[in-house]
Design a protein around this ligand. Structure first.
Ligand code: STR
Length: 454
């Protein structure tokens, strides 16, 4: 109730799709149209590339030593570039990501198929598979089903998702952290578990760091950091072990939460639209066949699958309101002056559901991402990864992963509703990401894939 009052009482400026309000003491502008979003993210991206400091994210990132939540600075730019370079090592051009995803998909498929014709909630298995992929990329560990360390990782991650940046009052009034707060306590506990685990991984990596190609993200960061700040003309300490640790933790959390949530949303929509699922499978049968697993080189021949992925990210963006930006100088949005220090919230939900840009925005219609000739066409108001200097660093990695997971899953099996079960609820639960409500599926192996893998 208190939150509601704080939000509602203080609305002071309304300019059509753009409005301002006070969230406690912080003047905040909310951007709802894609024109204004482009001004904030792209045209004046530099002006608005700052981040506010919040109690929960400061705790999570040791005072902003990460990429997503830390404020704009020359060190942040250097750090971001290092992360970006390290990611490309695992992305396009290497078959490493593909091998990693394939082995996770093989075990995911046999796990899903082991349920026979029984209905079950797919979320635990999907999260486990995605977590396994990210664990391999970040620190070269792969886990078997039921591994204790994997369970530990999944449970601390859930704890963080439940308690971080949820628009709670401590993120508005920092002094409230002095009062007992069960959610903040839980966050601290989860962070402690995370730090223990990652520090151990970091030490192991430091001890075994060898010449030659880095074998995972931690290796790449440790090697990249050696360049030192002086060589980049920066003052101060440069990229420290803390930065490396926070980056690994964040790559991890972001990689797991966003990918598994997007996959679960797409599955939920496929259960609502069996005709879409059939069309994807037809495309796979015609362009890949059943004799081999779909791989990255098939991507060009599977435009409809790409549309399904895009439509899933449009209709249920995992980040319906982007992480808050702040104005680093006096600037403007849509001709209205915006003072330095103003917080800016970009409402991606409203941009992705704006009837001026999308015909029947509430319907799941993957064809909207095809032009008249049947080629892929991406409208400029589609921004599931944000844009500009703060655009998601993991975008291409995420797209590759979504493609590999969905192509392999739909090639090998069909998803149906359990007998008599209602289709999944599509409303979603809003936390730091927008997650679907739990639902059940029945998995039916497709001809030739009865065992799950080849
Ligand atoms: C998930 C839980 C965790 O352990 C670590 C993180 C840090 C990065 C966060 C991630 C979170 C949730 C999704 C975020 C991501 C950074 C970018 C991504 C917020 C809290 C989105 O913008 C959707």
């Amino acid at each position: 109730k208190i939150k509601f009052v704080c939000l509602c009482l203080l609305i002071i400026n309304v300019y059509g799709s753009l409005f301002g309000l006070f969230l406690g003491p912080h003047y905040t502008v909310v951007v709802n149209s894609h024109q204004h979003a482009k001004e904030v993210l792209l045209q004046r991206g530099r002006d608005f590339a700052g981040r506010p400091s919040m109690v929960t994210t400061e705790l999570l990132t040791r005072g902003g030593k990460d990429i997503a939540f830390s404020d704009y600075s020359p060190l942040w730019k250097l750090h971001r570039r290092l992360v970006h370079n390290s990611f490309t090592l695992f992305g396009e051009g290497t078959s490493r990501l593909q091998d990693v995803v394939f082995s996770a998909v093989d075990s995911l498929c046999s796990e899903l198929m082991s349920n026979g014709s029984r209905g079950f909630d797919p979320s635990a298995a999907v999260t486990r598979a995605v977590t396994n992929v990210v664990c391999t990329l970040v620190f070269s560990s792969t886990y078997r089903h039921g591994d204790a360390e994997l369970q530990e990782v999944i449970s601390y991650n859930n704890g963080i998702v439940e308690t971080i940046a949820r628009g709670g009052l401590v993120d508005i009034y920092p002094w409230m952290k002095v009062f007992p707060n069960s959610s903040l306590r839980k966050l601290k506990e989860c962070i402690a578990v995370r730090d223990r685990l990652l520090t151990r991984k970091l030490e192991e990596h430091k001890a075994s760091l060898a010449e030659g190609d880095p074998s995972d993200l931690l290796d790449a960061l440790l090697k990249g950091k050696k360049g030192g700040p002086k060589s980049h003309g920066l003052e101060g300490e440069g990229i420290t072990d803390d930065h490396v640790l926070m980056t690994a933790a964040e790559a991890f959390g972001a990689g797991v939460e966003t990918t598994s949530t997007t996959l679960l949303w797409i599955l939920a929509y496929l259960l609502h639209h069996p005709e879409v699922q059939q069309r994807v499978q037809k495309e796979l049968d015609e362009n890949v066949g059943a004799d081999r697993a779909a791989n990255l080189s098939d991507r060009g021949h599977l435009p409809y699958l790409d549309c399904v992925i895009n439509e899933g990210m449009r209709i249920r963006p995992v980040s319906p309101v982007l992480i808050p930006h702040t104005a680093m100088t006096d600037s403007s949005i849509g001709g209205h002056a915006v003072r330095r220090g103003t917080r800016v919230l970009v409402n991606m939900w409203s941009i992705h559901h704006d009837p001026q840009n999308w015909e029947k925005p509430d319907l799941f219609q993957p064809e909207r991402f095809l032009d008249d000739q049947g080629n892929r066409a991406t409208p400029s108001c589609f921004m599931p990864f944000g844009a500009g200097p703060r655009v998601c660093v993991g975008e291409s990695l995420a797209r590759l992963e979504l493609f590999l997971f969905l192509s392999s899953l739909l090639q090998r099996m069909s998803f149906r509703l359990p007998e008599g079960a209602p289709p999944p609820n599509l409303q979603g639960r809003l936390g730091v990401v927008l997650q679907p409500m739990p639902y059940e599926v029945v998995v039916i192996p497709r001809p030739g894939w009865e065992g799950g893998a080849r």
